[in-house]
Write a protein that binds this ligand. Sequence first.
Ligand code: HEC
Length: 110
Amino acid sequence: MTLKSLITTTSIAVCSLMGLHSIAFADSHGGANHMGRTIGVSCAGCHGTDGVSHSPHLRSISELSEEKIVTALKKFKSGERKGSIMNRIAKGYTDEQITAVAHYFATVNK
Ligand code: HEC
């Protein structure tokens, strides 16, 4: 295999992986909302199903506005706000994913 064809093959593989990624997130239930719900499932273990906490130590994030959730997550991500666990979690998400999950929790029980 020549170097050129290796590069071409690699780019095709990377592009199709990215393609699959967007298909997995954007389905017929409406792109961003579905992405928010998918990410939201991973928060439920600590914050409760649909962001309704049953722990006295954690408030229900679904009571917060979309803007407050976005701000909190971005501050955790940048390290401006310190937490025990949320800094690590927030770093795993892009700004687009943060907006989607914030929208999901801010609207899910309303
Ligand atoms: C392992 C448990 C855990 C998971 C998973 C988790 N959180 Fe948190 N979350 C916490 C804790 C604990 C805090 C309090 C801050 C800290 O100590 O990190 C918090 C704080 C928050 C806050 C700030 C609430 C406030 O009152 O200002 C938001 C918003 C939030 N989490 C959103 C999320 C979202 C969205 C996800 C999923 C992407 C998520 N969390 C996943 C444990 C978790």
